[in-house]
Design a protein around this ligand. Structure first.
Ligand SMILES: NC(=O)c1ccc[n+]([C@@H]2O[C@H](COP(=O)([O-])OP(=O)(O)OC[C@H]3O[C@@H](n4cnc5c(N)ncnc54)[C@H](OP(=O)(O)O)[C@@H]3O)[C@@H](O)[C@H]2O)c1
Length: 259
């Protein structure tokens, strides 16, 4: 399917690996010029080369912490008028909520709620004026389903979800959409870190924990960043202009509800 976005420009935050990289790759395959981002220069340059070689699109790597003011300025300087913004970031570490001090909570909120909102503030009026914009926020299934040890992540992302629900409606007439993607378990470094942390807290091996998690998913497998990215690219396509303010669950059936 031609997504109708060839020649468009995207900022994909936190995209040197994992889900962000999957989104960047799929957008590049659709002909979108990219600004990609991460804090580790070596990994980011490697990903930029890989995407450039595979797709032929222009890929600009911006080494920056997206949660900082300077990081956001650098991203916008590399792409002042993006047509597409994919908001992604690291997530808070797994932690019993009793161990979270005020600073840890503020840091989690900054990463997963304040940062995406700040970036939306910076791009949304330009998108509306140009009559095209696609904003996708990577959140988590934990917005809908409690995950022990990820309470801060759930709270910050639920806050973001509620915050953007009204904003999405305010720009729909200008062909600007805002949607959230809710990953369940995708095979990335973040998922594997979670298994390794769980193994340290229990007597089970990391591989046993991973196997138990996999078996609990109706699809009997973890998701891939590539399939996550293809859904993101579709939400950014011309065909998805009537989808806005939605929460798209990608979890192999793990969230056990009819609605
Ligand atoms: N994988 C899953 O199953 C899953 C499920 C639910 C929710 N999520 C959420 O989805 C998001 C992406 O997860 P993932 O699994 O793709 O993680 P990942 O494989 O660890 O990749 C994270 C990416 O974000 C970059 N990054 C992290 N912090 C950054 C920062 N402050 N500024 C700029 N770039 C940053 C990393 O590069 P550098 O480290 O070099 O900066 C890397 O490219 C996370 O918020 C995660 O909590 C993931």
């Amino acid at each position: 399917m031609d997504l109708g976005i060839r020649g468009r420009k995207a900022i994909v935050c936190a995209s040197s690996q994992g889900l962000g990289k999957g989104c960047a790759q799929a957008l590049a395959d659709a002909g979108v010029a990219l600004v990609i981002n991460g804090r580790n220069r070596q990994q980011l340059d490697k990903t930029a080369d890989e995407i450039r070689r595979a797709s032929g699109v222009e890929v600009t790597p911006v080494v920056a912490d997206v949660s900082t003011r300077e990081g956001q300025v650098a991203l916008l300087a590399a792409c002042p008028a993006p047509d597409i913004l994919v908001n992604n970031n690291g997530g808070p570490p797994y932690r019993d909520f009793r161990e979270l001090d005020r600073q840890a909570m503020l840091t989690g909120l900054t990463m997963n709620m304040v940062t995406p909102i700040e970036l939306i503030q910076k791009v949304i009026d330009g998108m509306a004026a140009r009559n095209f914009g696609r904003i996708v926020n990577v959140t988590s299934i934990s917005v809908k389903m409690p995950l022990s040890g990820l309470d801060l992540s759930s709270g910050a992302r639920a806050g973001l979800t509620a915050f953007v629900a009204g904003i999405a409606r305010s720009v729909a007439a200008q062909n600007v959409t805002i949607n959230n993607m809710l990953p369940g378990s995708f095979d990335t470094a973040r998922l594997r870190d979670g298994f390794s942390a769980a193994a340290k807290r229990s007597v089970a091996l990391e591989s046993e924990i991973a196997e138990r998690e996999r078996e609990a998913i109706p699809a009997q497998r973890f998701g891939t960043p590539a399939e996550f990215g293809q859904t993101c690219a579709f939400l950014c396509s011309v065909h998805a202009g009537y989808i806005t303010g939605q929460n798209i669950v990608l979890d192999g059936g793990a969230y056990p509800a009819a609605f």
